[in-house]
Design a protein around this ligand. Structure first.
Ligand code: G1P
Length: 277
């Protein structure tokens, strides 16, 4: 059904300086695997194998990561170390990867619009790789959204979670009418509101299913919070004209854009994936 997954990956990652001075934040390793690869794994698990990335200056290592490294592979060929490349080789066989560059940093909405040339006229998923999501009890967050919800509702969907009031200013925040105990129909959406202006404490996290009419809506969206073109503003228009759902996903999300979240994710992945084999 949904085959394409878009990864906006053009941002600077300033919260991780100096690590991200010359390295894309999406390449930061959580244990021994870069953040972007966790995101691609989640997309593949959800049945998406056309991986589209919006990159920018200094982000070429993202492309190199999903490509053959002949010298290295020749060097370790026939040794026990080859097994460590098994998973990424599988991904490279399963998926196609395409890239385009965002040449000016004009916000997440603009980055998604830049990806239109790769996505075309079809519903697609968006993953913000610095939100690392896991669900040990069942399907991943994107699989829940694409294979369970989109199949049924056929409209744009954002993943949400409750956050403490003093954290709402970091997120897009929604309000809506409950239509199931884990789904709301969005009636309002504000990008990074002050605590007093937040319509609720339900924060959008970096997983979206978008229908392609979103592109025209983004193109008509004026710069909003921070002078940037916000996907949140375009989605509010879509919610008012049609329908956007907010989904309280099953699983855990780590904010790997913050040092604390990154460390938590590292500890979690070390225990659950690395040490557990
Ligand atoms: C972006 C979105 C925001 C969303 C957040 C999730 O913000 O603009 O609506 O809540 O991702 O991580 P950013 O964290 O890129 O500033």
């Amino acid at each position: 059904m949904i085959k394409k997954c878009l990864f906006p990956a053009a941002g600077y990652g300033t919260r991780f300086l100096p690590a991200t001075k010359s390295m894309p934040k999406e390449m930061m390793p959580v244990v021994n695997k870069p953040l972007i690869e966790y995101g691609v794994d989640e997309a593949v698990e959800a049945g998406m194998n056309e991986i589209c990335m919006v990159t920018g200056r200094g982000k070429r290592s993202l492309e190199d990561h999903f490509d053959t490294n002949y010298e290295l592979e020749h060097q370790i060929s026939g040794t026990g170390k080859e097994a460590m490349l098994g998973h990424i080789r599988d991904l490279m066989h399963t998926c196609t990867f395409s890239y385009t560059r965002q040449t000016e940093m004009k916000g997440l909405g603009h980055a998604i619009l830049t990806g239109k040339t790769l996505v075309g006229d079809q519903p697609f998923a968006v993953v913000l790789a610095d939100d690392l999501c896991v669900n040990p009890e069942g399907p991943g967050v994107l699989a829940q959204m694409a294979q369970q919800l989109y199949r049924q509702f056929r409209c744009s969907i954002v993943a949400v979670q409750e956050v403490p009031e003093d954290q709402v200013h970091k997120y897009g925040v929604i309000a809506g009418d409950m239509i199931r105990d884990d789904i709301l129909r969005v009636t309002d959406m504000v990008e990074k509101p002050a605590k007093e202006d937040a319509p609720s404490n339900l924060a959008i996290i970096g997983r979206y299913i978008l229908t392609p009419d979103i592109f025209d809506l983004i193109a008509d969206t004026e710069p909003g919070k921070g002078g940037e073109i916000q996907i949140t503003d375009a989605l509010l228009k879509q919610a008012k004209e049609g329908c956007v759902l907010a989904y309280k996903f099953k699983g855990t999300r780590f904010d790997c854009g913050s040092v604390e979240g990154f460390i938590e994710a590292t500890n979690y992945c070390y225990d659950h994936f690395y040490r557990a084999g």
